[in-house]
Design a protein around this ligand. Structure first.
Ligand code: 8YV
Length: 321
């Protein structure tokens, strides 16, 4: 039997590349350079499966290629706003993702950003590295204590709940959350989360952390009006998707003191970061590294291969969308 032909659009950890190569006719991307839309469109004709990442735009145009051979996109990552799911459905192409395995790593990074911005860690590190640290001082680099403060979680799925758990148990924070509907009572009991309408929660929270998918439904959910509802002492954390925040409005809010600070791991036009953020001390900027741990990136690969294995064995992939 001929082995299915699989394309990895980016480099994966070695262990999972080996697992894939043992079962499939794989084309790897050892240079780890993003593929151009033209190469991606060509690949539709050549491969049985493509494993894309967040940087690959799987548009309706890519999916609709006449005579396309691809039968499944086994996405490496949980968010799939870069894939036109409706077009895939129309053309009978399966799509799977890698939930669960990156939940804790992403929640850890949300906590990292909260702590960094609350305690002015980026600012302090910049001083040390630039030789600008002139020594200890009782009134220097004073941040905000997080213990006992209120965290507002926007989107209470897996990652939102994990972030709430870590903030509650690790930092003794009180947890509010907003989501389309309240979570089950046992989830609320376990996370300590109390449901609020979004705008009420924004007004009450000391830290607001975003955990909703990207895409048209959530585009600029956090805009100038919503930033205005937050406390002037509040911090905004985004490990979800850049498109959820109106970045120009956020920059203006950070400059005007409408809110006190922000921690951002995602941007609307990655790897571009809006120039206006670069000279601001009250924002921490990270390069989309929510799931970037060795354990997690291997587990994401394993999960994507599990989906391919099931699909090519004629079974439903465990994470079919
Ligand atoms: C991934 C992410 O690294 O899974 C997601 O949705 O945002 C990241 O953690 C990235 O998507 C890889 O495709």
């Amino acid at each position: 039997m001929t082995r299915p032909k699989v394309l990895l659009t980016r480099k994966w950890p070695q262990a999972v590349e080996r697992r894939l190569a043992a079962a499939y006719d794989v084309v790897l991307n050892p240079d780890d350079q993003p593929l151009s839309p033209a190469v991606l469109a060509e690949a539709m004709m050549e491969f049985d499966a493509i494993c894309p990442t967040v940087v690959d735009s799987i548009t309706a145009d890519v999916v609709a290629r006449e005579g396309a051979r691809v039968k499944i996109f086994a996405n490496y990552g949980v968010g799939v706003n870069h894939i036109d799911l409706e077009a895939c459905r129309r053309h009978g192409i399966a799509v799977s993702n890698t939930p669960d395995v990156l939940t804790d790593a992403t929640a850890e990074l949300a906590l990292t950003l909260m702590l960094m911005i609350a305690r002015r860690a980026g600012e302090g590190e910049r001083q040390v590295r630039a030789g600008r640290w002139v020594g200890w001082g009782a009134t220097r680099l004073l941040g905000t204590t997080l213990v006992g403060k209120t965290l507002g979680v926007v989107g209470f799925g897996r990652i939102g709940q994990a972030t709430a758990r870590m903030a509650r148990h690790g930092l003794g924070m009180s947890i509010l959350y907003s989501s389309r509907r309240p979570a089950a009572p046992e989830v609320e009991a376990e996370t300590g989360g109390r449901w609020r309408p979004l705008d009420d929660m924004l007004a009450e929270a000391d830290v607001v952390s975003l955990h909703i998918p990207g895409g048209a439904d959530t585009h600029h959910l956090i805009d100038a009006a919503r930033l205005q509802k937050m406390k002037p002492t509040a911090l905004l954390i985004n490990t979800a998707r850049g498109s959820v925040v109106d970045e120009a409005a956020l920059e203006a809010a950070l400059r005007a003191g409408t809110i006190a600070g922000a921690g951002l791991d995602v941007f609307s036009a990655e790897p571009e970061v809006p120039d206006g953020f670069l000279d601001l001390e009250n924002v921490v900027l990270l390069p989309h590294m929510g799931s970037a741990t060795t354990e997690t990136r291997e587990a994401m690969g394993d999960r994507a291969v599990d989906n391919l294995d099931a699909f090519f064995a004629g079974k439903p992939p465990p994470d079919l969308l």
